[in-house]
Design a protein around this ligand. Structure first.
Ligand SMILES: Cc1cc2nc3c(=O)[nH]c(=O)nc-3n(C[C@H](O)[C@H](O)[C@H](O)COP(=O)(O)OP(=O)(O)OC[C@H]3O[C@@H](n4cnc5c(N)ncnc54)[C@H](O)[C@@H]3O)c2cc1C
Length: 375
């Protein structure tokens, strides 16, 4: 079996399938070790379940016991006890990659589907060709395999972007650290929308106080067209598609962000202003009509892309992978039977998560009644 993409979903699939006894190789287009992308991730049981099931290195996590919401326009604060664990893209990658054998992980190889038959697929790997019984496409939000096999996939911009940032705790005002410590903090911004922040493991995956990082996300509307284009055009003038990474934000986009910090609470404004390298991800809904196309299956963001409010995308990649390994093992060599059962179950899960994310997004982007009343 071949997996295209060696990020979170590809490594979830590689580990789950290897642990179920399959001969699996992961091919990652990037030639270098993938580095910290996506910043903070809320820990969900599906991911912990996969890590435990394959016996990978335990995930580095931070935690909180309280959820706190501050309303910028009124100064009101609500708190509730709600313990939660947080991690980072880097921590998940480290745990899954260090467990997956080096001789099965091939960096710097770009996969393309050449042909498929009832028995399997023929894949172009750079200038070479390999045959496999199954190709697992884990090639992310702009999946080449999804584009080729499911051209009628729904792809819809949600009307807002997520600004994101990560700051070393040591670089923050200690008062700000105390303010956010032990909380999953939300800020309802003046005029609608919200921001949130939580601590994640720091350099070297350190989780001790003083060594963590504070991760924030701030959802801001941007109309499709010139407004979105201006944000998504990087400092070299290139219009990015799904995200503008750290270090690539244009001065104009940065000014746009900092001009709005007055809509946040003071604490959130200080946090955003202290961030050296904010970055942007546009919020996009993606729903393919299915997840299996002959002997190619889509997993992770290559299949459904759900809104980050669900905090479930990495968990979905883990659930897709564990279910795939179970379905194929249970099908006793009859891949088609296993894939068919897997597809109907996982497509339903993907659709449900997509709808849930749309509902959460629409609700959170609307000005609250309280905010309307205080305008
Ligand atoms: C604002 C925001 C907040 C988020 N918060 C959370 C959260 O709290 N919890 C959560 O679970 N998720 C969260 N996510 C989503 C999460 O980051 C992604 O779902 C997850 O990283 C997707 O992993 P993936 O492996 O499917 O795709 P990707 O990480 O995009 O990986 C795809 C890989 O495939 C490789 N590739 C592409 N084409 C080829 C090819 N032809 N051949 C070989 N390799 C190829 C690429 O180089 C890349 O490494 C958030 C996302 C956003 C935008």
């Amino acid at each position: 079996m071949a997996v295209a993409g060696g990020s979170i979903a590809g490594l979830c699939a590689g580990n789950a399938l290897l642990s179920a006894g399959f001969d699996v190789h992961v091919f990652e287009r990037s030639a270098h070790r993938l580095s910290s992308r996506g910043a903070g991730i809320v820990v969900q049981p599906e991911l912990l379940g996969l890590i435990a099931a394959v016996d990978a290195q335990p995930l580095a996590t931070t935690g909180c016991s309280v959820r706190r919401t501050d309303v910028a326009s009124t100064g009101q604060t609500e708190t509730m006890r709600m313990p939660q664990r947080f991690t980072s893209w880097e921590a998940i990658y480290t745990s899954l990659r260090s467990h997956f054998p080096d001789d099965r992980y091939h960096s710097g190889h770009d996969l393309t589907l050449e042909a498929q038959s009832a028995a399997g697929v023929s894949i172009a790997v750079d200038d070479d060709r390999i045959d496999a019984g199954l190709l697992i496409a884990a090639d992310g939000i702009r999946s080449r395999f999804r584009a080729a096999l499911a051209p009628d996939t729904l792809t819809r911009y949600a009307g807002y972007v997520a600004w994101r940032g990560v700051v070393d705790e040591a670089d923050l005002d200690p008062e700000l650290v105390d303010r956010f410590d032990d909380t999953f903090s939300f800020c309802q911004t003046r005029g609608g929308g919200h921001a949130l922040c939580y601590f994640i493991p720091g350099s070297g995956l350190a989780t001790e106080r003083g060594e963590r990082r504070l991760n924030w996300v701030w959802y801001i509307p941007a109309d499709e067209g010139p407004a979105l284009d201006a944000l998504m055009t990087d400092r070299s003038g290139q219009r990015r598609d799904a995200s503008v990474p750290q270090g690539e934000i244009s001065d104009q986009a940065r000014d746009f962000l900092f001009a709005r910090t007055g809509t946040l609470t003071q604490a959130f404004a200080k946090l955003v202003e202290a961030t050296p390298d904010p970055f942007i991800q546009s919020i996009i809904d993606v729903a393919p009509p299915g997840m299996v196309f002959g002997r190619v299956c889509l997993i992770g963001d290559a299949a459904f892309v759900v809104r980050p409010h669900t905090a479930a995308a990495a968990a979905k990649a883990a659930a897709n992978s564990m279910a795939l390994a179970r379905a194929l093992r249970g099908a006793d060599g009859d891949f088609d039977r296993g894939l068919s059962a897997w597809e109907s179950q996982q497509t339903a899960v993907g659709r449900q998560l997509l709808d849930y994310g749309v509902m959460l997004g629409e609700r959170s982007q609307k000005p609250s009644e309280r905010q309307e009343a205080n305008r």
